[in-house]
Design a protein around this ligand. Structure first.
Ligand SMILES: [Zn+2]
Length: 104
């Protein structure tokens, strides 16, 4: 998807990316929280799962383990985190079935 700009785009320092991702996660968290406390979505399992995932990403950020695969401990690609900051697995583990989300 971003193959054309990969070599010319200067890489953002990880610290800045982290701040951006944290902000993104906090926005996701409050959006989801509003959704799951809305009667129309009461008991919406995929949404609750997503919320739990965002919560755990924020927790891992505080613990300093954010950006690592919960399965193998390997690093999750920055590019991947930028598209889904709540990613729990690296590409390899997700491909092996770690990913059980129903939303795609
Ligand atoms: Zn992994």
């Amino acid at each position: 998807m971003s193959h054309a700009i990969a070599t010319t785009t200067p890489e953002l320092p990880r610290g800045i990316v982290r701040v951006m991702l944290r902000k993104q996660l906090q926005v996701m968290r409050s959006t989801l929280l509003a959704e799951i406390t809305n009667q129309a979505h009461a008991g919406d399992q995929p949404m609750l799962r997503r919320f739990a995932q965002v919560e755990s990403a924020l927790r891992r950020m505080n613990e300093g383990t954010f950006g690592r695969c919960v399965e193998c401990g390997g690093p999750i690609a920055l590019e991947r985190l930028q598209t889904s900051p709540d990613a729990t697995w690296d590409g390899v583990c997700e491909a092996h079935g770690g990913h059980v989300q129903a939303d795609r």
